[in-house]
Ligand binder design. Structure first.
Ligand code: ZN
Length: 413
C-alpha cells in the first residue's frame, strides 16, 4: 500500500496563530515563517511564504496590521521564502499604496537564474523531497527579482527603526539575517530551522557547515532577546537563544573539524562518512533533532565541499556501470542464492544490506512474476527504512521509492 507522508508538523506545517513577541514585532507562521515589523513609514516584511501559505499569511497580516508594506527582505531565494512577492505587490496596487521595495543578498539573483535553467531537475527532486502529488507544480519559478542587493551587509532606516542585514553562508549562498536593535530582534531565516541544519541535502547544491556556525555565532554576538526563525517557533530570552544557537554551531563545527582532520590524515570519503558522527551529548540535544536534515547528510556536505568525486580506489576511476557489475555477480552466484540472502538479511533486520542484495537480484531479466516479487521485497524494505527514519527528507525519499517499487510489483493503489 502507498506510504503517506508522515509528520507534516515536524516541518512546521501545522496551522498556527500569529505571534507578537514584542511591540510591533510579528511572526506569521507557515511552512516558512514570515516576519513583520511595524514602522511609522509602513510594514517591513522578512520573507514571503510558499504558494500554499501566502493566502493565509496575507489574511493574518491584514487581521493585525494596517498600512502599506514598505520593504521586504528576502532571507534567501528558496521557494518557501521568496517567490510569492506578487501577493504583496498586487495588494499595494489594489489599495493605491506605493509598491514595496525588495532587498536581498546579491547571490539571490544568480540563484533565480539557475532555477530557470534547471526547472525540470528541481521539479523532479522537489516532488520526491516534499512528496508533492502529481499535477501540482513542485517548483514554481520566481517571477520577481529584488530591487536592491548587497554583498556583505546593508543598513537601512525605515520609519524610525534601523534594519541591519548581514550576509551569512549557511543553507544557501545567498542567505541574510536581519537585526533590528531597537526591538532586540533577529530575523534569522533558515540559519535557524527546526532541528539539525540541512547541510548536505542529498539532491541539492552545496551548503556550508562551518560558515553556518559562524553565522549563528554572529547572531549571538548581537545578544538578541527575540529570534524569529525561518521554520519553527519564535525563540525568546537572551540566554535561551544563546544556548540554542551555540549548541547548533558546536555540532556543525564538530562535524566539520572531524571530517577535515580525517581528510588531512589521508582518509577517503566512504571511511570518513561511516566514522564521523555527533558525540552523545549533542546527539541527544533537542536543538539538533534530525527531523529534517541529519548528521550523515552534514558529513556528506562537508566532504563534498572539500573533496572531489573519486573515492580513492583507482578501480573506481573509470568503472563499469554498477548494474553490469551486479549482472556479473548474479551470473556467478546464481539468483536463488542472492534472493535467499536478501530475505535472510531482511529477517535479521539488516534492511540496508538486504536492499543491496535485492538490487543485485534485480540487475538481470527475470520471469514477470519473479520480477514483481523482487520489486515487492524492495518496496517493503524501503518502507521499513522510511518507518524508522526521523529525517523528513530521508523518509520521503524512502517512501517515494517504496511507492515506485509497489507500482512495479503491480500493487498500485
Ligand atoms: Zn526554508
Amino acid at each position: 500500500m502507498k506510504k503517506a507522508r508522515l509528520s507534516e508538523a515536524a516541518t512546521g506545517r501545522e496551522a498556527q496563530d500569529p505571534v507578537n513577541p514584542a511591540d510591533g514585532v510579528w511572526m506569521f507562521p507557515g511552512f516558512g515563517n514570515t516576519g513583520a515589523v511595524e514602522t511609522s513609514d509602513g510594514i517591513v516584511l522578512i520573507d514571503v511564504p510558499g504558494y500554499r501559505w501566502v493566502g493565509t499569511m496575507m489574511q493574518m497580516l491584514r487581521d493585525h496590521l494596517a498600512g502599506p508594506v514598505h520593504t521586504v527582505f528576502l532571507t534567501h531565494g528558496h521557494l518557501d521564502h521568496a517567490l510569492t512577492l506578487d501577493a504583496v505587490f498586487d495588494e499595494a496596487q489594489d489599495k493605491g499604496y506605493p509598491p514595496p521595495r525588495v532587498i536581498a543578498q546579491k547571490n539571490l539573483v544568480r540563484r533565480f537564474d539557475r532555477y530557470r535553467m534547471l526547472q525540470g531537475y528541481h521539479d523532479h527532486i522537489n516532488r520526491i523531497q516534499f512528496a508533492v502529488p502529481p499535477g501540482v507544480s513542485a517548483f514554481p519559478l520566481p517571477k520577481r527579482y529584488p530591487d536592491i542587493t548587497f554583498d556583505q551587509s546593508l543598513s537601512v532606516s525605515i520609519g524610525g527603526l534601523d534594519f541591519h542585514a548581514f550576509y551569512a553562508l549557511g543553507e544557501t549562498d545567498d542567505a541574510l539575517w536581519v537585526w533590528v536593535p531597537e526591538k532586540k530582534t533577529v530575523f534569522a531565516g533558515d540559519l535557524i530551522v527546526m532541528g539539525m541544519p540541512n547541510v548536505g541535502n542529498p539532491f541539492k547544491v552545496q551548503r556550508y557547515a562551518r560558515e553556518w556556525a559562524e553565522g549563528l555565532e554572529a547572531i549571538v554576538a548581537k545578544e538578541p532577546d527575540i529570534l524569529i526563525p525561518g521554520h519553527g517557533n519564535v525563540l525568546q530570552g537572551k540566554e535561551k537563544i544563546r544556548e540554542q544557537l551555540l549548541t547548533i554551531s558546536e555540532a556543525l563545527r564538530y562535524l566539520h573539524d572531524e571530517v577535515v582532520k580525517r581528510l588531512n590524515a589521508g582518509m577517503w570519503y566512504e571511511d570518513i562518512l561511516h566514522e564521523v558522527d555527533l558525540p552523545e551529548h549533542l546527539k541527544q540535544s533537542e536543538y539538533l533533532a534530525p527531523v529534517y536534515g541529519c548528521p550523515k547528510f552534514v558529513v556528506h556536505g562537508i566532504l563534498r565541499q572539500y573533496s572531489g568525486w573519486c573515492d580513492g580506489n583507482p578501480s573506481n576511476l573509470f568503472p563499469p556501470k554498477k548494474i553490469d557489475i551486479q549482472k556479473e555477480l548474479l551470473s556467478l552466484i546464481g539468483k536463488e542464492a542472492v534472493i535467499k540472502k536478501a530475505y535472510d538479511l531482511k529477517e535479521a533486520g539488516q534492511t540496508a544490506m538486504a536492499l543491496q542484495f535485492v538490487d543485485i537480484a534485480l540487475a538481470d531479466e527475470k520471469e514477470p512474476e519473479e520480477e514483481k516479487k523482487l520489486h515487492r521485497l524492495k518496496g517493503e524494505l524501503l518502507g521499513m527504512m522510511g518507518d524508522h527514519e526521523p529525517s523528513y527528507i530521508a523518509r520521503n525519499i524512502f517512501y517515494n521509492g517504496h511507492n515506485e517499487e509497489m507500482k512495479l510489483a503491480g500493487e498500485d493503489d
